[in-house]
Design a protein around this ligand. Structure first.
Ligand SMILES: [Zn+2]
Length: 359
């Protein structure tokens, strides 16, 4: 995610923090200062938000570790002011699994709330929970209240909240996934408008939440649509078949000639037997020119090639391209190079499909 930095790694999953997250601390500090007018009050608020931060992290690990049980890894967990996001490598396609993964986050908060409640009962201070005023509450009461709030808030049926995923998964038990996503996204964006309006009159923080929901719902809907459009499409439908190749023995000057003569930016490197032995992207050519000059050999600076079979589907390729490790994938048939696929070409394919549908 953009604007985020890695702060650690736990249970094999990187933990990131979004640049806007500290805003929450500023906001909470300000609220407690306004209410209590004392440094102690501010410190109480900041300690509370730090503990909540921890609860949010545990919530995300609830998702990530449940997904792991279904064989799905998590790329990283990012903390945002409105909560956390566990970026799973993929979403479980089986709706029942998606429901369990989505529910296990809020379930963690329910468990924490139950544990804190027990602790309060044991220590004889459940307090007047019904008439709880957050700013009058003790620390533990606040943690309890906040975890209940976290569980409820996350079950709002709007992307990117867990409730949105549960709604989509429940809907997709009855209809196809794209349609389910579209309905869930519409519900989410309607709620976002509601939060936005409410935020104007009540709490400005709700406007921020509304923006996140709006963006999250839109992104989820378009991602599901793209995936569906590419799902059963064979690679050959968006494959570049008119391209140039380099030999490992070629000098870089040949790569320059080919780059300037056409629009191709990434070149497969093929040996004398027609086998793909590497790929030379434009960044590699430029670096090679700086290090070795135009006489440098392609074979000395080429990078490992990503390959796929002609029988693969475009959605499978898009997953690999989006992970950002490679810009272009060499398509093979019986071990021989027959084409290239890159992100731009897949996007062109999608635009053409959209135009044909609109007709
Ligand atoms: Zn969650």
């Amino acid at each position: 995610m953009k604007w985020s930095a890695r702060i650690g790694r736990f249970a094999g999953i990187d933990l990131h923090i979004h640049a806007t997250f500290p805003l929450l601390f500023v906001y909470v500090g300000f609220v407690y200062w306004a209410q209590t007018g004392s440094i102690e009050g501010v410190l109480f608020g900041l300690a509370l938000i730090a503990v909540l931060f921890l609860c949010v992290i545990l919530h995300e690990y609830g998702h990530a570790l449940t997904a792991r049980r279904y064989g799905i890894g998590t790329r990283h967990i990012t903390l945002l002011p409105i909560g956390g996001v566990a970026l799973l490598e993929k979403m479980p396609k089986e709706p029942r699994q998606e429901i369990v993964v989505a529910l296990m986050g809020p379930a963690v908060n329910v468990a924490i709330a139950a544990a804190v409640f027990l602790l309060l009962v044991v220590t004889g201070r459940p307090g007047a929970l019904v008439e709880l005023d957050l700013l009058q509450a003790t620390f533990l009461q606040s943690v309890l209240f906040a975890n209940i709030l976290l569980a409820v808030f996350n079950m709002i049926p709007a992307f990117p909240m867990d409730g949105g995923r549960v709604l989509r998964a429940v809907l997709s038990l009855r209809t196809d996934r794209v349609r389910a996503t579209r309905i869930a996204a519409t519900v989410g964006q309607t709620l976002a408008i509601g939060f936005g309006i409410l935020g104007l009159f009540a709490n400005p923080f709700l406007i921020l939440i509304a923006v996140f929901i709006w963006i999250g719902a839109g992104a989820e809907a378009s991602a599901a649509e793209v995936e569906e459009r590419l799902h059963r499409q064979p690679v050959r439908r968006a494959m570049i078949t008119d391209f140039q190749v380099l030999s490992p023995h070629d000098p870089l000057s040949r790569a320059i000639d080919l780059t300037l003569a056409g629009t191709q930016k990434d070149f497969p490197v093929v040996d004398g037997f027609g086998t793909v032995v590497g790929v030379l992207p434009q960044t590699g050519i430029l670096k090679g020119l700086r290090d070795l000059g135009a006489e440098g050999r392609v074979g000395d600076i080429m990078e490992p090639a990503a390959t796929a079979d002609l029988s693969d589907t475009l959605s499978h390729l898009l997953d690999n391209l989006q992970q950002g490790e490679t810009r272009v994938i060499c398509i093979l048939r019986g071990g021989r190079l027959v084409g290239l696929v890159d992100v731009e070409n897949i996007n062109e394919f999608l635009r053409i499909q959209a135009a044909l549908r609109e007709r």
